[in-house]
Write a protein that binds this ligand. Structure first.
Ligand code: PEP
Ligand code: MG
Length: 563
């Protein structure tokens, strides 16, 4: 995890152009704001005097005490919804904190007249490096744990809680950082930042996808970009071309502004008919719905003419917290978020964590290959109480509005049977009159090829082409090194989609991966038989325009999917 510390902005700059990868379109200009890891932080602590030592020691003790309380709260919630063994990890972390506090090392640091922040940073960094030097995955994990604890204590010393990592970024800045997590994107979008420049980020990662949904321009790389930029540098970030201009001259600024205006005008022109239904030239209706990952994007979906929410990713309700939400908290939040939709259908997906979406409060053991490990439904079945909490909240919400429930990362028929049994038993316990529709995501080749066995247990299907692409082309969606293999328009993905549609035998199917919003592919998806697409809200107006130009009758239609 990274955290904010503005670095030194002094020194002359000459105009320069850096070329990286275009991750999220749009353009932004503003002053750079560097994010550096608190533990590695470049800023020097304050020198203190001899008689300040006692006060700094008290500050440290208070920060440790607050960090202990956070860990205790997290342990309680995790034990309620997961299990005691996982909660035990927080107890181990508390013991680690106590051990460091009583080691005498912090006092030695203070005696050398550095302030509390620097003392804590030096001591935790020492422990981190010690663990790192002992080779092996268990020590690597201990090193990461100790680093996280150090950051937790430093944030407390600085008077910030864990949820407020980006609270100090002034609006209009270009954020420059090494890693971007999905939870960071949501926090950033609320800060009104102009753009992001990140050291490395794959376009298929959830952080990238959320940035596109939130319309935050993002450029990844080039390598070493974070070291080359300084807080205060003037930057022009072009998320279409993947370029960053440092210290632009007047001419570069002018050209950039003109491009920005052209882009904004094109977006506005497209909005025109977005609230009307999308009918092909021969009158076939195609439902165009919105994918939502960030809770405050419901308004954006409505604004862009969404016919409903085709994929509501609820991960943010979990990722933005330091402890998991209760059933009541979930229900309340979902109720508030979906209220503006006024009865339009909402497909809410059960929690899909793991892979590139680590959860701060869930210290799962590190996996060698997280994308092929415990993700989505696999984790829900491992911790059934976690699934029950969500199912209860969603079922209760379904009594008030048109909610559909979707299960992520189905691979086997056994997966869908087991989660269906949990759904049925939760429903039975709640005495809800009308059962909501229950669906499965098809996002592994095994699920696509075995769709007939999965379809027996559900009311609808939703094809997640992002994961389907990573598993079909054997290219991690969050690994920029293999981006050239991560091609969601590849014939193999389209072939699996065609098989899914044919073998699902008329069951309603939505396509909800990024592929659904690719204008050039929409006619082909319609010809395959897709009649329901779900995409980032901003893409809806253009997608509707494309659909209105397609003629299907008289052409061979590959399947019968209707949603
Ligand atoms: C997908 O995999 O295509 C999908 C829609 O789910 P997510 O991107 O959240 O994994
Ligand atoms: Mg997926």
């Amino acid at each position: 995890m990274t955290d904010l510390t503005p670095s030194d902005a002094e020194g002359e700059r000459v105009p320069a152009m850096l070329s990286g990868a275009a991750v999220s379109p749009g353009s932004g200009m503003g002053k750079a704001w560097l994010v550096v890891d608190l533990l590695k932080a470049g800023t020097r602590g304050r020198r203190i005097t001899q008689h300040e030592i006692a006060a700094e020691r008290t500050r440290i003790e208070t920060a440790f005490g607050e960090a202990r309380c956070e860990l205790k709260d997290a342990a309680v919630r995790v034990e309620e919804q997961f299990d005691a063994a996982l909660a035990g990890i927080f107890h181990a972390h508390t013991m680690m904190l106590d051990r460091i506090l009583s080691s005498g090392e912090l006092e030695r640091e203070l005696d050398s007249l550095v302030d509390a922040e620097e003392a804590v940073r030096n001591v935790f960094r020492g422990w981190y490096e010690k663990f790192l030097s002992l080779k092996g995955p268990a020590f690597r994990q201990r090193a990461d744990d100790v680093a996280d604890l150090g950051r937790r204590v430093i944030r407390r010393l600085q008077g910030r809680d864990d949820g407020a990592i980006f609270a100090h970024v002034p609006p209009g800045r270009v954020l420059v950082l090494e890693h971007l997590l999905p939870s960071d994107v949501v926090a950033l979008s609320r800060r009104g930042i102009a753009a992001v420049v990140v050291e490395a980020l794959a376009p298929g990662s959830h952080a990238a996808l959320l940035a596109r949904e939130k319309r935050i321009p993002v450029v990844a790389g080039p390598p070493g970009v974070v070291r080359r930029l300084r807080t205060g540098d003037e930057l022009l970030v072009d998320g279409h071309r993947g370029t960053v201009v440092v210290s632009p001259d007047a001419e570069a600024r002018l050209a950039f502004r003109a491009r920005l205006e052209t882009y904004e005008r094109a977006v506005v022109r497209c909005r025109g008919d977005c609230h009307k239904p999308a009918l092909t030239l021969d009158g076939e209706h195609v439902s165009v719905e919105a994918n939502l990952g960030a809770l405050d994007d419901v308004a954006l979906a409505i604004d862009n003419g969404a016919d409903g929410i085709g994929l509501f990713r609820i991960e943010q309700l979990y990722l933005a917290r330091t402890i998991p939400p209760t059933e009541e908290e979930l229900l309340e939040e979902l109720r508030t978020v979906t209220a503006p939709l006024r009865g339009a259908p909402v497909t809410i997906r059960l929690l899909d964590i793991g892979g590139d979406k680590p959860v701060p409060f869930l210290p799962l053991p590190t996996e060698t290959n997280p994308s092929l490990g415990r993700r989505g439904v696999r984790l829900l079945l491992e911790y059934p109480q976690l699934a029950r909490t969500q199912l209860s909240a969603l079922l209760r919400l379904s009594a008030e509005q048109d909610v559909r429930i979707l299960v992520p990362m189905i691979t086997l028929e056994e997966d869908i049977c087991a989660i269906r049994a949990l759904f049925d038993s939760t429903l039975g316990a709640l005495a809800i009159e009308q059962r909501p529709l229950f669906g499965a995501m098809i996002e592994t080749p095994a699920a696509a090829l075995g769709v007939a066995t999965i379809a027996r247990h559900v009311d609808f299907l939703s094809v997640g082409t992002n994961d389907l692409t990573q598993y079909t082309l054997a290219a991690g969606r969050d690994d920029p090194a293999v981006s050239q293999y991560y091609v969601d328009t590849h014939a193999s993905v389209l072939r699996l989609l065609a098989i899914t549609i044919t073998e699902a035998d008329g069951m309603p199917i939505t396509v909800c991966g990024e592929l659904a919003g690719r204008e050039e592919l929409i006619p082909e998806l319609l010809r395959l038989g897709v009649r329901s697409l779900s995409m980032a809200p901003e893409l809806i107006p253009a997608a509707k325009e494309v659909i209105r130009g397609v003629r299907l009758r008289g052409e061979s239609i590959g399947g019968g999917a209707r949603a």
